[in-house]
Ligand binder design. Structure first.
Ligand code: HEM
Length: 398
């Protein structure tokens, strides 16, 4: 009986790399909730509509605790390897999140704009002085957010190959549980050593503040290191994918790219960022949760202990909220998108992600107006196997 259920995550259509898998997308037409089948044979609920996703993501009886029975895990897990407060419930989630949220307020982040602009400008200078074609992921999309988060956290950028490689492994779906746990372990060890260094010699950075919490007895060293891993991984991998995939989407929609390139109005650029976040929704594995009590929603009852996945990529294509949802339209008001999630776990770093994307999208195509793909769509390696969608490489020229 469960054999007939759609598999989640599904497979994207070959010629539509920006659209959610058709079989999953089609479920939205049948109603807000459907059952799907995961890699381990479990059959959680998949929530496909915008309103119901928001309702469940802010429901007090919906848990993000990955250790609870029934939680719909995306891949085999080996060992603890917790990803810090993103996988915890309140009050502990709130207690830990509060310790770092001051660094991510819109005001604090806005103060970083000149530094981010400088990083972007220098990387573009290097691109223009270097050979072509060039892989935009390696030469630009990964360095921008990595440099920014290293600066904020106080992590040496010289270690970028190490932390980028291991981050990629922990968010890949098709590695073994042992490989993923080993990569997580290496990152944890690395962050633990950094926290130890900050305890001995505190600096003017976020990791030193976190270390201060350890000194004050508010956080264990292990918790501090886990928090460091979360911030470092979430802080570079997601934004890097939005930079590269966003560039690909724009190059494939030249009319939209011309709109963006033709305007220096910050509002136009900010609007483009929101629409690209909505349209691409790179966190394509869904927001995963488990019900703590029976929950009645949209004429169904989700039983206590059942898994729930909010497919936010599909929610962002809900025609009731976004007319002509499958069109990339940089002029639409896309601010209600759920690409950063919703509720208590809504992305902590969103002001920083927005700032980085605004600087990148507002600068790159104006400084290199002839930027073009140096490969056919079929030759571009998409991250179908990753929990975060994007491209492994993006060969470009100008
Ligand atoms: C375009 C880039 C980004 C996207 C699309 C994105 C997306 C998301 C999403 C969907 C969640 C919610 C997870 C859930 O509900 O299960 C989340 C949480 C989180 N994000 Fe981001 N993110 C981005 C950039 C960043 C950056 C730059 C940081 C900086 C450190 C960051 C740090 C975090 C943290 C710490 C959480 C956990 C929040 C919590 O559990 O309270 N993210 N992100």
């Amino acid at each position: 009986m469960t054999d007939t259920l759609p598999e989640f995550p599904g497979v994207r259509a070959a010629r539509c790399p920006f659209d959610p898998p058709p079989r999953i997308r089609a479920l939205q037409q049948d109603g807000p909730l459907a059952r799907v089948r995961l890699w381990d044979g479990s059959t959680p609920w998949l929530v496909t509509t915008h309103a119901e996703q928001k309702a469940l993501l802010s429901h007090p009886q919906v848990s993000a605790d990955v250790t609870r029975p029934g939680y719909p895990v995306s891949a085999p897990r080996a060992g603890g390897g917790s990803l810090s407060f993103i996988l915890m419930d309140d009050p502990e989630h709130h207690r830990q999140r509060r310790m770092v949220q001051g660094a991510f307020t819109v005001r604090r982040v806005e103060g970083m704009r000149p530094a981010v602009q400088r990083i972007v400008d220098e990387l573009i200078d290097d691109l223009l002085a270097g050979p072509r074609p060039v892989d935009l992921v390696e030469a630009f999309a990964l360095p921008v957010p990595s440099l920014v988060i290293c600066e904020l956290l106080g992590v040496p950028y010289a270690d970028h190959d190490f932390f980028q490689d291991n981050s990629r492994t922990i968010i890949k779906r098709d590695v073994t549980a042992e490989e993923r746990a080993a990569a997580g372990g290496r990152l944890l060890e690395y962050l633990d050593a950094l926290v130890a260094g900050k305890l001995a010699h505190p600096g003017d950075d976020l990791l030193s503040q976190v270390a201060g919490r350890v000194e004050a007895g508010e956080l264990t060293r292990a918790e501090a290191a886990q928090m460091g891993v979360l911030l470092l991984v979430a802080g570079h991998e997601t934004t890097a994918n939005m930079i590269a995939l966003g560039t690909l989407a724009l190059l494939r929609h030249p009319g939209q790219l011309a709109l963006l390139r033709g305007s220096d109005d910050p509002k136009v650029v900010a609007g483009a960022v929101e629409e690209l976040l909505r349209y691409l929704n790179i966190t394509h594995s869904g927001r995963r949760r488990v019900a703590l009590a029976d929950i009645e929603i949209a004429g169904q009852v989700i039983r206590a202990g059942e898994g729930i996945i909010m497919a936010n990529d599909v929610g962002n294509r809900d025609p009731g909220v976004f007319p002509r949802p499958d069109e990339l339209d940089l002029t639409r008001d896309a601010r209600r998108h759920v690409a950063f999630g919703f509720g208590v776990h809504q992305c902590l770093g969103q002001p920083l992600a927005r700032l980085e994307l605004q600087v990148v999208y507002g600068t790159l195509y104006r400084r290199i107006p002839t930027l073009a793909l140096a490969a056919g769509l079929d030759d571009i390696p998409f991250k179908h196997d990753g929990q975060v969608y994007g491209v492994y490489e993006l060969p470009v020229t100008w």
